[in-house]
Write a protein that binds this ligand. Structure first.
Ligand SMILES: N[C@@H]1[C@@H](O)[C@H](O)[C@@H](COP(=O)(O)O)O[C@@H]1O
Length: 379
């Protein structure tokens, strides 16, 4: 346990056990939630959610496409509820399949999005711990999440479970649609389970490294998170955790766009820069270039990777090792652990309350009111 232990870092420490127990809970549910006919009927998939759930959708979009061959979009709840073109909803017999993720189920925007999607003929699968919620009652089917309660902190366990549930759905869809054999489907699932042990053995070293990063970065005014493909989802999640846990500014950007935009930022020596870059990422060559130029700019630099310094041309950085998996698509399940640790330790070191404690000017957001108390408009 780290010297800066806090509820959020303890959530991270609980992840290996949570992978094991939630796999047992979710694998049978993901196997049975949709019938064969419902799975064969899918022509397009829209993944939606808010906050961490949106990140979980981004983290698994490529898995859905690679495993099932079904075109899959990630659409924010606001876009799906208010902008998404009606003529693309309800096509081809209850398509697209809208998979709406919300552990609480209480956010107004995601409820609005699924109500609209359903009204216009989509098939809605809700992934939620709250079947009685507006999201739940507006879903055709529910993959029920049962996440054992824990000390409250910015979503860490819930994010992992959302990613796990979506990965298991993608594996199941591909299996039923005969994209691969049942043995191959089991190999993907085993790859998920193996990450429990892999993360467990990496955690002690990871905690020490993240604690020392937090000590050096705690007074920085802002942080920059970069990644490509599903590593971008992890980067996105990282900036979210900095905002929630520390209240400081953080930015997320993809690896190419960084060269168009973020590298112009001044005071670079005080900009904690986190690059998420697994070695199998198709954009790896660009991440390597980015690490080099981030050093030219004297950016304090962390690289979260399943590889090491040599994979980045020997460039100086703090390299944080995350599980190497057999199938890259399962990586988002654990690669976010260091960003939670860094955010949680900074929060602890500067004595900041998570979510500003919903006190003072933030009191309007108590109990999630900022996202639940909102007019729902279904067009
Ligand atoms: N600050 C929280 C986020 O941490 C959370 O990710 C989001 C979505 O929550 P849910 O997945 O329950 O819809 O709600 C709030 O905005």
């Amino acid at each position: 346990m780290s010297k800066y232990s806090n509820p959020m870092s303890r959530q991270v420490e609980s992840l290996p056990e949570l992978i094991r127990s939630q796999y047992e809970d979710l694998e049978p549910k993901a196997r049975t939630v949709l019938s064969f006919q419902e799975i064969f009927n899918i022509q397009r998939i829209v993944l939606t959610g808010c906050g961490d759930s949106y990140a979980a959708a981004m983290a698994t979009k490529h898995a859905f496409e690679m495993l099932t061959g079904i075109p899959t979009e990630v659409v924010t709840a606001l876009e799906l509820g208010r902008f998404y073109c009606k003529k693309h909803l309800g096509i081809d017999c209850r398509n697209p399949l809208v998979i709406a993720v919300s552990n609480s189920g209480t956010g107004a925007r995601v409820a609005e999005a699924v109500e609209r999607a359903r009204k216009h003929g989509c098939f809605v699968l809700g992934v939620t711990g709250n079947p009685e919620s507006l999201l739940g009652v507006n879903s055709d089917k529910i993959l029920k999440l049962d996440i054992p309660s824990f000390e409250s902190a910015p979503g860490t366990r819930s994010y992992m479970v959302s990613v796990l549930s979506l990965l298991l759905l993608a594996i199941r869809f591909g299996e039923v649609r005969l994209k691969y054999t049942m043995d191959q489907a089991m190999a993907y699932r085993e790859d998920i389970k193996r990450q429990a042990d892999a993360l467990e053995s990496l955690l002690p070293g990871m905690e020490d490294t993240c604690a020392s990063v937090a000590e050096q970065w705690k007074d920085f005014p802002c942080y920059d998170f970069i990644g490509a493909g599903f590593d971008y989802a992890t980067a996105w999640f990282g900036q979210a955790k900095i905002l929630e846990a520390t209240g400081k500014f953080a930015m997320h950007i993809n690896t190419e766009e960084w060269f168009h935009l973020n590298f112009f930022a001044r005071d670079a020596r005080e900009m904690g820069t986190v690059v998420v870059a697994n070695t199998t990422n198709p954009a790896h060559s660009r991440s390597r270039e980015l690490v080099k130029y981030a050093n030219v700019l004297h950016r304090p630099l962390v690289v979260i990777t399943d590889g090491d310094k040599e994979d980045f041309g020997g460039e100086e950085a703090v390299y944080i090792k995350v599980p190497k998996t057999e199938y890259p698509i399962t990586m988002p399940l654990t690669h976010f652990a260091p960003v939670c640790l860094i955010a949680s330790y900074i929060s602890e070191l500067i004595g900041e309350k998570y979510g500003r404690g919903c006190e003072g000017d933030w009191s309007f957001a108590q109990g999630g009111a900022g996202v639940t108390n909102s007019e729902i408009i279904v067009d």
